[in-house]
Design a protein around this ligand. Structure first.
Ligand code: HEC
Length: 195
């Protein structure tokens, strides 16, 4: 697999996120949205769904003793999916339909090895996030003749629940997370094409 990265490519890359087919518009009239803006939109949607699910579904059900969140939700009674599973599993459904858009939570200290960085680019992006968490890290990458835009946003321990669960999980390689720490990153990746 051949990987190339180049931020300068960003200037000549236009995202085909507004399909002209079916909208009755000429391709020249369709406004171009930067890949950074598209990633920000996707991030806003994914994060707000996750926050809503965590705060208004997981938390109250656990507090009322009705159900708890757990990785084995599909086979265990009274167990609902972990917030991370809502993200990773909906992304799988999504990428099957929308050829290429995917999002995933990853970490340098994953409870589940499937959520470890996929490659050197993910690793170095997570490292730069820890030094500069205000903005996502983004790259243009090439995989098997297709060009992708990949952004990684910091995933922050926003509540004590994040920290307590990860620090006490038997498979967690890190046990000293504190509220406010960056626990990993949310990858948002989609294909782009040159004009
Ligand atoms: C009830 C326990 C629990 C809570 C609460 C929880 N997590 Fe997790 N988290 C897990 C488990 C278990 C996994 C691994 C799931 C899997 O099998 O993919 C995980 C996965 C992750 C991952 C992907 C890397 C990894 O460890 O596998 C990140 C990043 C993450 N969680 C961040 C957070 C953040 C931030 C919060 C709070 C907003 C949070 N988690 C709340 C249990 C929890």
């Amino acid at each position: 697999m051949k990987w190339t990265t180049s931020m300068s490519l960003l200037t000549v890359i236009a995202l085909s996120c507004f399909p002209t087919r079916g909208y009755g518009a000429d391709a020249r009239d369709v406004p171009i949205v930067s890949p950074e803006a598209v990633a920000d939109y996707v991030y806003a949607v994914v994060e707000s769904h996750r926050a809503f699910y965590t705060t208004h579904v997981v938390q109250p059900l656990e507090e009322q003793g009705v159900a708890k969140a757990g990785a084995e939700w599909s086979t265990q009674k009274n167990t609902i999916p972990l917030p991370v599973q809502v993200i990773n599993e909906t992304s799988q459904k999504f990428s099957a339909k929308f050829n290429g858009l995917r999002y995933q939570l990853i970490s340098q200290w994953p409870i589940n090895v499937k959520n470890a960085p996929r490659d050197q680019i993910d690793k170095s992006s997570l490292e730069s996030l820890s030094m500069r968490p205000e903005r996502p890290t983004s790259r243009i990458i090439k995989m098997e003749d297709q060009t992708y835009f990949r952004a990684i946003y910091p995933d922050i321990a926003v509540s004590q629940a994040c920290v307590s669960c990860h620090n006490s999980h038997p498979n967690s390689p890190k046990r000293d997370f504190q509220v406010g720490d960056i626990m990993g990153g949310l990858i948002i990746e989609f294909p782009v094409e040159s004009r």
